[in-house]
Design a binder for this molecule. Structure first.
Ligand SMILES: [Mn+2]
Length: 340
């Protein structure tokens, strides 16, 4: 029985009792944390034994989680393309799988799967909020951190939830969702602790307590955004920006600068956590250049390098010592492949 309906998912949750031992496995971003906490709270309210596991795509492995003692497992906000094979390991438990990413890979048929993609872009926290009814403000946080407001199918959900707490979307972004996004960046190396702190917040007013963590992260984002103009390097028509942040703020920095001018071509780069490599993010929203082709040209002939993604946004990595060669490759490529 693979696919289940909303009411069957609700039944799965309703049937959790104090005899159950439930593992919640959730993605490591805002939507993953918020949905994970809602299911965690649900199980606690049912007096079940419950533990959570943070799953980082590309890093975590299900076989490294000690899942032996659990009879029920809830997986949320994790794309099946990363998880399907691993789920074979737990298919003999009662697994409820809830996710909103495109389903290219079928899951083992034993797993109860609530599919929401046919309703549009429904972040996992919205589903968790609608199933559990717990902490509506946290469900809203997950939706907003996952940019759910770009999709009209979430309009009613968002407006209704904002009304409950008498906030506008902009106020909510500034005082709640971006605080929580930055708070998660602050605890990047200790996400278990982040879960404990976030789970304890009882109301949206308590989010202010997280500002002591989010502010240093926000300051760093602003610092690198401001330094961009002075520190960027022109490689032909490509704006190349290398920076070394303390916190993992590359994504928000790219996001802010990359949206300032959709016609510009950007390559952002900063050291990866392993310190031996440099991570690359290429952006050109107007798609004048193909960012995958650009990065692939950049890594040509470089050892231990990778590049991939989509035309407007691609990512990759090179060894630290190859940075100058990479830049030279980009210069040569754009010289011989000029665009209007
Ligand atoms: Mn996610």
């Amino acid at each position: 029985m693979p696919e289940i309906t909303f009411s069957q998912a609700k039944k799965f949750l309703d049937e959790i009792t104090n005899e159950d031992c439930v593992a919640i496995i959730h993605h490591d971003d805002g939507d993953g944390f918020c949905s994970g906490i809602l299911y965690y709270d649900w199980c606690k309210n049912k007096d079940a034994k419950v533990e959570h596991f943070v799953y980082s795509i590309g890093k975590s492995k299900l076989r490294n989680f000690d899942l032996e003692k659990f009879n029920k497992i809830i997986v949320c906000d994790l794309a099946p393309s990363f998880m399907a094979e691993e789920l074979e390991l737990i298919k003999n438990k009662q697994v409820f799988y809830s996710d909103h990413h495109p389903r290219e890979t079928p899951l083992p048929k034993e797993i109860f799967e609530l599919i929401t993609t046919n309703q549009g872009y429904i972040p996992s926290s919205r589903t968790a909020g609608e199933l559990t009814g717990i902490k509506p403000w946290l469900a809203l946080t997950g939706v907003v951190t996952d940019s759910g407001y770009f999709y009209p199918e979430n309009q009613k959900f968002i407006d209704g939830h904002l009304e409950q707490i008498s906030m506008t979307l902009d106020e909510f972004k500034e005082n709640v969702s971006s605080v929580i996004t930055n708070f998660l960046v602050y605890f990047d190396k200790d996400l278990k602790r982040a879960f404990v702190i976030l789970q304890k917040l009882k109301s949206v007013r308590d989010v202010g307590e997280l500002k002591k963590y989010s502010e240093p992260v926000e300051d760093e984002v602003q610092k690198f955004v401001q330094e961009y103009e002075a520190k960027k390097e022109k490689l032909g028509d490509v704006n190349f920006y290398y920076f070394e942040p303390t916190f993992r703020v590359k994504a928000p920095v790219c996001g802010i600068i990359g949206h300032q001018d959709s016609d510009q071509i950007y390559i952002f780069s900063s050291p990866k956590q392993d310190e031996d490599h440099i991570g690359l993010s290429a952006r050109n929203t107007s798609q004048r250049r193909d960012m995958v082709k650009l990065l692939r040209a950049g890594i040509e002939g470089l050892k231990d390098a990778s590049a991939g993604g989509h035309v407007p946004a691609a990512g990759g990595a090179i060894r630290k010592e190859d940075l100058e060669k990479f830049k030279e490759n980009i210069r040569n490529f754009v010289k011989s492949n000029s665009i209007k």
